[in-house]
Design a protein around this ligand. Structure first.
Ligand SMILES: Cc1cc2nc3c(=O)[nH]c(=O)nc-3n(C[C@H](O)[C@H](O)[C@H](O)COP(=O)(O)OP(=O)(O)OC[C@H]3O[C@@H](n4cnc5c(N)ncnc54)[C@H](O)[C@@H]3O)c2cc1C
Length: 245
């Protein structure tokens, strides 16, 4: 499908935001990705959709630090240029719908249970692995899961990498069932926040039986998280993941 670049914005040193517009509505499920044609020879690279479903536009988060043909394509792209994408692709989507067992009265939800820790949704991402998680979280919080606790554990290396912190903190204020945990593996001495890897957070977390996990990042990160979770007794069926290579 053909699309047009309508916005290009630098979020931090290596991370960029790109907004693509299609001629008609682009239907996808939060968590899916598109395959982008990144050179004339037809080479393709996969990019998760970081925006929420609905409308003609999609947003992509691109880390250009790998420096290969995909990174170069996006770095050189100019607003107004055409981009060829294939998609939506992938099955990394939130499996469970709402467990809301109340009813609506005059548009107000009645009878909602307090957020359940037992049925938590736990999203864990590193680097650009945050892209599909942002889409999934922004999709589930208002629409589907106000009776479940939702956690986001996001790992980055340095302060200079950071972006979207304010957005997630805002969501935390808005949704009482949402908790955002940011951790840096190589922060400066003045960093006031959490230090360490996402795996350290998982090791510390009290994990209840019904929790479901969505992991996204490098293969190494995903596999390390899987080992910890399985070691803590989490059923493999409850661990969903997308590996970026
Ligand atoms: C399903 C899926 C979804 C993806 N979604 C995104 C996304 O939303 N945003 C995004 O930025 N990337 C995403 N990726 C990764 C993306 O497809 C490319 O692999 C990445 O942009 C590097 O491509 P490149 O051509 O620049 O580098 P390549 O020429 O492919 O690789 C150059 C070097 O960088 C290494 N490398 C590859 N990827 C990474 C990485 N992510 N971090 C560090 N080093 C790397 C390679 O091992 C190689 O040594 C996704 C991958 C998959 C499989």
């Amino acid at each position: 499908m053909k699309s047009k670049l309508v916005e290009k914005k630098r979020l931090s040193e290596d991370y960029w935001w790109f907004e693509l517009e299609f001629i008609k509505e682009f239907n996808f499920k939060a968590g899916q990705y598109v395959s982008v044609k990144v050179n004339e020879a037809g080479k393709r690279r996969a990019y998760s959709i970081a925006s929420v479903p609905g409308g003609k536009k999609i947003g992509l988060l691109v880390n250009v630090s790998p420096g290969g043909v995909g990174s170069k394509f996006f770095e050189n792209l100019k607003v107004g240029e055409e981009i060829e994408v294939l998609g939506p692709l992938g099955r990394f989507v939130v499996k469970t719908g709402s467990t809301f067992d109340g009813f609506h009265l005059g548009g107000v939800r009645v009878g909602t249970q307090p957020p359940s820790e037992e049925k938590s949704l736990i999203f864990v991402g590193t680097g650009s692995g945050i892209a599909p998680l942002k889409s999934m979280i922004e999709d589930v919080l208002p629409n589907r899961v106000n009776d479940r606790s939702v956690y986001l554990v996001w790992g980055m290396r340095y302060e200079k990498d950071l972006f979207w912190q304010k957005e997630f903190e805002e969501l935390e204020r808005k949704y009482k069932n949402f908790k955002f945990i940011l951790t840096l593996s190589k922060p400066s001495v003045s960093w006031q926040g959490r230090r360490g890897r996402v795996t350290d957070v998982l090791k510390e977390m009290k994990i209840l039986k019904g929790a479901e996990f969505y992991l996204c990042g490098s293969s190494v990160m995903v596999e390390d998280c899987q080992k910890i979770l399985v070691g803590k007794g989490v059923n493999e069926e409850k661990i969903h993941f997308e590996k970026y290579g």
